[in-house]
Write a protein that binds this ligand. Structure first.
Ligand SMILES: [Zn+2]
Length: 53
């Protein structure tokens, strides 16, 4: 299953999976250079960029 937050994080997903979503974004270390979402691992973003670099 593809797990890009960029694609997943729509209204429906958030409504049903808020807990799972929070686990992916808490302590986020990466931001998506394309859509601005954040995640703790780059594999969840379509254009990951390390926040701390
Ligand atoms: Zn993205």
């Amino acid at each position: 299953m593809e797990k890009k937050l960029c694609k997943l994080a729509n209204k429906e997903y958030l409504k049903n999976n808020m807990k799972e979503y929070l686990e992916l974004v808490v302590n986020a270390a990466y931001v998506c250079g394309k859509c601005g979402r954040v995640a703790k691992e780059e594999k969840y973003l379509c254009k990951p960029k390390n926040i701390h670099k």
